[in-house]
Design a protein around this ligand. Structure first.
Ligand SMILES: N[C@@H](CCC(=O)N[C@@H](CS)C(=O)NCC(=O)O)C(=O)O
Length: 250
């Protein structure tokens, strides 16, 4: 959304290091990860604590993304759904690119699409991966692949989810689909099918990935190394699989 709306000069990005250890996300200059340019903080929790010194003691998890206001030194939001919604319109009067990805006319449909896929797909892969019982895993797995089966049929003759145009719903689904074959299929045991086995979903995903605003945000090294190195309960050796070889070209 930041790229689509041309907000690069309004909102800078600092990329945390891919490895999320015991102290959660940290800043470290490495392959495309950054130091904290504002406070030179080592850990992301230091920023959370600037706003609430008892942040973690209050039972909350240090997560990314984190939208930070440099002027007031405050967290604006750490909820990606809210952040993309803000980016869609908040800078429209001060020079953002045109384009409304959550237009009034399509709002009801976009909301319905987000609801349908958040639970079953976006969060579904996590619920599979971190399921605490065989029963919970089985049920989540069925929900996930039922949703993908539905999506496969739904996408026939369509380039976008809603209104024949790019909307917030596509952006939200993209971030999960793009990780699916590389990570969720094996690391989170979502292995009924790969997305490459779904012709329509695979085409849809590659069409989005071909857009410069999308492809610029993707770093497969970070994606793979993050998951496989950050969840010792799922992958105790921390070894990152080399494959699969994925060709996203159209
Ligand atoms: N509701 C948040 C959830 C953010 C979230 O869970 N982010 C993950 C990375 S994608 C995280 O930082 N997890 C930290 C952890 O698992 O300790 C959002 O979508 O923005």
């Amino acid at each position: 959304m930041r790229n689509l709306k041309g907000l690069q000069d309004f909102v800078s990005v600092s990329t945390v290091h891919w490895r999320m250890g015991k102290e959660s996300w940290h800043f470290e200059k490495d392959q495309n990860s950054d130091e904290d340019p504002l406070f030179n903080a080592k850990f992301l929790y230091e920023l959370y604590r600037k706003v609430d010194p008892n942040y973690e003691e209050n039972g909350r998890v240090v997560t990314v993304p984190l939208l930070w206001d440099k002027k007031t030194n405050m967290v604006v939001s750490n909820e990606s759904a809210d952040i993309i919604r803000m980016f869609n319109s908040a800078f429209d009067d001060v020079g953002a690119l045109q384009g409304d990805y959550y237009s009034e006319a399509l709002r009801t449909e976009i909301d319905a699409m987000n609801d349908r896929f958040y639970h079953s797909i976006n969060n579904g892969v996590y619920r599979c991966g971190f399921a605490k019982s065989q029963e919970a895993y089985n049920q989540t797995y069925e929900e996930l692949f039922d949703a993908l089966d539905y999506l496969e049929i739904y996408l026939k003759d369509k380039h976008y989810l809603v209104g024949n145009q790019l909307t917030e719903a596509d952006i939200r689904l993209f971030v999960t689909l793009i990780r699916f074959d590389a990570v969720y299929y094996s690391h989170f045991k979502c292995n009924k099918k790969q997305l490459r086995d779904y012709p329509e979903i695979w085409r849809y995903l590659r069409e989005l990935y071909a857009k410069p605003e999308f492809v610029e945000t993707i770093n497969f090294y970070h994606i793979k190394y993050h998951y496989y190195e950050s969840h010792p309960s799922l992958n105790p050796s921390g070894i990152v699989p080399i494959g699969p070889e994925i060709d996203f070209s159209l």
